[in-house]
Design a protein around this ligand. Structure first.
Ligand code: ADE
Length: 242
């Protein structure tokens, strides 16, 4: 039995099962995700389950029973890859990225950020054999009501949204607190120097130094942008309270 080498201070481990590990190279090696890994906040491991396909051609998909278009990912390589990792490193919840999953949002990201460890399974083609979902998957997650060519971009979205919530991932500890979706409203607009740019001025109140007026302006701006772009967020809240 090989035990997980513990990295001092490591907050989370994420394992990703994918047929296209190269798709993660750019997103994982830049900006916040790169820094979080370098600082030992998170360890992200990629596993190509094609390695567990037993035949000469390393086949991972086959035609669907019952007929129809497209190919379905076979259960054996996925079961073997996941079980191998569980046997060598210990248990973990497995989330399958799929358009028919529960829609991912900030609440789910926050819940996932409290886990010590989880794994993501990326589908392709028409998806995975249902027995993978029934026998291995803890939860199906969708990142929105549209169909991607595979779960990889969705996994990157989930990893980014979760990792940036981990302590030590962002430079400024407070910077994830004021954002859209961390409250019930979308975020207020931001301005920086110069004070005037191509005739467009920074709102006077922001340079006034009056903290109460600034807070009121931001709250009102948040309400306006939420009403304009996401009236459903205000309606939901009203309905929940009333
Ligand atoms: N795979 C294909 N489409 C997807 C979606 N919308 N969310 C998560 N995984 C997917």
């Amino acid at each position: 039995m090989i035990f997980l080498k513990t990295i001092p201070g490591l907050i989370m481990r994420i394992d990703v099962f994918t047929l296209f590990p190269e798709m993660f190279a750019g997103p994982l090696s830049n900006s916040i995700l790169r820094r979080a890994q370098n600082k030992g906040v998170v360890e992200i491991r990629l596993h190509n389950f094609r390695r567990f396909a037993k035949d000469r051609h390393h086949t991972v998909d086959d035609t669907p029973y019952g007929g129809g278009a497209g190919m379905v990912l076979k259960p054996e390589p996925i079961f073997e890859a996941v079980e191998h990792l569980k046997n060598t490193t210990g248990p973990f919840p497995l989330f399958y990225l799929s358009p028919k999953g529960k829609v991912f949002n900030q609440k789910i990201a926050t819940e996932m950020s409290n886990l010590k460890r989880f794994a993501l399974l990326c589908g392709r083609y028409e998806g995975v054999d249902q027995r993978v979902i029934d026998g291995l998957v803890d939860e199906e997650i969708s990142i929105g009501d549209y169909v991607l060519s595979g779960g990889e971009p969705a996994a990157i979205v989930v990893i980014d949204a979760v990792v940036r919530l981990l302590k030590g991932a962002l430079g400024d500890e407070k910077s994830s607190e004021d954002e859209s979706f961390s409250s019930d409203l979308l975020e207020y607009p931001h301005y920086t120097k110069p004070r005037e740019f191509r005739g467009m001025e920074v709102p006077e109140v922001l340079v006034s130094g009056n903290h109460k007026e600034i807070a009121d302006f931001r709250k009102e701006s948040s309400l306006k942008i939420t009403l304009q772009n996401r009236p459903d967020m205000l309606k939901l809240k009203g309905e929940a309270n009333g």
